[in-house]
Structure formats: structure tokens, C-alpha cells
Ligand binder design. Structure first.
Ligand SMILES: NC(=O)c1ccc[n+]([C@@H]2O[C@H](COP(=O)([O-])OP(=O)(O)OC[C@H]3O[C@@H](n4cnc5c(N)ncnc54)[C@H](OP(=O)(O)O)[C@@H]3O)[C@@H](O)[C@H]2O)c1
Length: 260
């Protein structure tokens, strides 16, 4: 029986040799923490983007597939963070190119609660996750809750409104540095399938998050709580996006706001 790409990468890991890692979405919010986390482990990760320049060392588009084959040339492990408008198609083109180039491990970041909350972005994430899980490649799937940057974005998006609208929901935002560190560890290990979901250090109401946001220096504003109707909202209200049992370390939302 021949030696597979997975066997080769496994032998490399056991021998302590460097494996070649490519990060899709390496230019994004999470990617900007994952790339340094891999470098801190002595690796020189390749950073994939659709655009040359900046941090990109491999240029490819997962939606069209253009540039993917050369981008994956010589790569053992892919950390797939990129998410465009067509996540399922992007996952399918990545899987097909990864199979062709002998990638041995595909690590995928996913989101807690995507089965239960019928938000279109989550449906797309679930479809992409299923493509990856069924790929036949060695895979590791890691689901987390919302990032601090996402929670802050809910308020940033309100710009100069005279009041600050806060959802009547609980949110458990997590520090992308912690997520990145875990992804780097997973990327260096063997494929593990679905691993334990990760939540942030605190579960706070939308109102509490808004209060921290105002206290961190935005213009003083009255906080107005709101609720919406529908299955997406009910899914959040039921807490399907939370992981109360698994709380990470790392920065709290207040610490994140103070630092950014
Ligand atoms: N935000 C959250 O709260 C949260 C929570 C859990 C999981 N996640 C997941 O974590 C991942 C990273 O999130 P993020 O907030 O860091 O995202 P982000 O900042 O929006 O970055 C998205 C990345 O995807 C790349 N990308 C988009 N379309 C692409 C395409 N067609 N081909 C190649 N690359 C493409 C972009 O690269 P270029 O623009 O440079 O080409 C960019 O680097 C996503 O999969 C997201 O669903 C997010």
C-alpha cells in the first residue's frame, strides 16, 4: 500500500519537521491573529487572499477557483477561515483543489448554533461545514461563538445615532486571539473531526454590552433595548449560540474595547 499525503504529514509532525500551512482568510480579522499564532510556533504560514499585496503570499479566489491549484502547491495543512458570499461553493472548490494537491489536514472554523438558528449566513456555514466533513480529507472542525469584534460591530454600525440600540439577547463574545491560538494548536495536530465548541469568558446581555461600549468612550447615549420577531430571533433567545459550559480565557469584552 502506498504512503498517503496524510501519512507523510503525520510522519513529518512526529519527526518535528515543519509542515507547510496555508491560511485562507489570513487577511481577515481572525486570520490576523491566526498567522502570528502560527509564527509563534516557528512556522511560516502562507496567507491566501484574493488580492496581491498586504499580507498575502498566495493569491486565489475560492468562489471562482482561480489561482487555487498553485496556491495549494506543496501545502500539507489548510486552515480555512475565509468566508465570502458563497460559502458552500467556496468550501467545495477548496476541497476539490485540496484533494488534488494532497493536502492532509483541513482545519475549519465554524459557528456555534448553526443547526438551530436559521440565519442565512449560518445556513451557508452549515452547508460549507457539511461539504468539508464529507470531503474524505483529514478534517478538524472547530465551532466558536461570536467574536468581540462582531459584538462591537453591532454598536459601531450605529455611528452617530442619538441612542444606542441593544438587542434583548445574551451574547458570549470571545477573543479572536484565544480562538487563533486554539486553531494553531489544532493545525499542528492530527485531524480530529469535530472538536469541542468554545465560548467567550462572560455571558452578557445586549444591554450590558452596550453599557460597556458607552463606558469605553463612545459618545454618551441612552441605551434602547429592542427585540425582533421570527425564528432567527427565537433561536438566539433560546441561547443556541451560547456555550455556557465551555468558557475561554482571554480578554473580556471590556478589556477588548479598552485595547482596540
Ligand atoms: N465574526 C464572528 O463573530 C465569527 C464567529 C465564529 C466564526 N466566524 C468565522 O470565522 C471566519 C473568519 O471571520 P472574520 O471575522 O475574520 O472574517 P473577515 O474579517 O470578514 O475575513 C474574511 C476573509 O475571507 C476572505 N475571502 C472572502 N471571500 C473570499 C474568496 N472568494 N476567496 C478567498 N478568500 C476570500 C477575505 O480575504 P480577501 O478579502 O483578502 O480576499 C478575508 O480574509 C469566518 O469563516 C467566519 O464565518 C466568525
Amino acid at each position: 500500500m502506498g504512503v498517503t499525503a496524510h501519512d507523510q504529514a503525520s510522519q513529518q509532525r512526529q519527526a518535528g519537521d515543519t509542515v507547510s500551512i496555508l491560511v485562507t482568510g489570513g487577511s481577515g480579522t481572525l486570520g490576523s491573529d491566526v498567522v502570528p499564532a502560527l509564527r509563534a510556533r516557528g512556522l511560516s504560514p502562507l496567507v491566501m487572499s484574493r488580492r496581491p499585496g498586504g499580507t498575502a503570499t498566495r493569491v486565489a479566489d475560492l468562489n471562482t477557483g482561480v489561482g487555487l491549484a498553485p496556491a495549494l502547491d506543496g501545502v500539507d495543512t489548510v486552515v480555512h477561515l475565509a468566508a465570502g458570499k458563497h460559502q458552500e461553493r467556496e468550501a467545495a472548490s477548496l476541497v476539490s483543489a485540496a484533494r488534488a494537491s494532497g493536502v492532509s489536514h483541513l482545519v475549519f472554523i465554524s459557528i456555534v448554533g448553526i443547526e438551530e438558528i436559521p440565519f442565512p449566513y449560518y445556513r451557508a456555514k452549515l452547508a460549507a461545514e457539511r461539504v468539508i466533513t464529507a470531503s474524505g480529507l483529514g478534517v478538524t472542525v472547530f465551532r466558536t461563538v461570536q467574536f468581540h469584534s462582531f459584538a462591537a460591530g453591532l454598536f459601531d454600525a450605529q455611528g452617530r445615532l442619538p441612542v444606542l440600540f441593544a438587542p434583548r439577547l445574551k451574547i458570549q463574545p470571545v477573543d479572536t486571539r484565544v480562538v487563533a491560538d486554539e486553531l494553531a494548536t489544532l493545525a499542528l495536530g492530527e485531524p480530529r473531526g469535530r472538536v469541542r465548541d468554545l465560548g467567550g469568558p462572560q455571558i452578557l446581555t445586549g444591554h450590558q454590552l452596550a453599557r460597556l461600549y458607552v463606558d469605553a468612550g463612545s459618545a454618551p447615549r441612552r441605551i434602547v433595548d429592542f427585540r425582533l420577531a421570527g425564528k432567527v430571533w427565537s433561536g438566539y433567545r433560546a441561547g443556541h449560540h451560547l456555550v455556557p459550559a465551555t468558557r475561554s480565557g482571554g480578554r473580556t469584552f471590556a478589556e477588548y474595547l479598552a485595547e482596540r
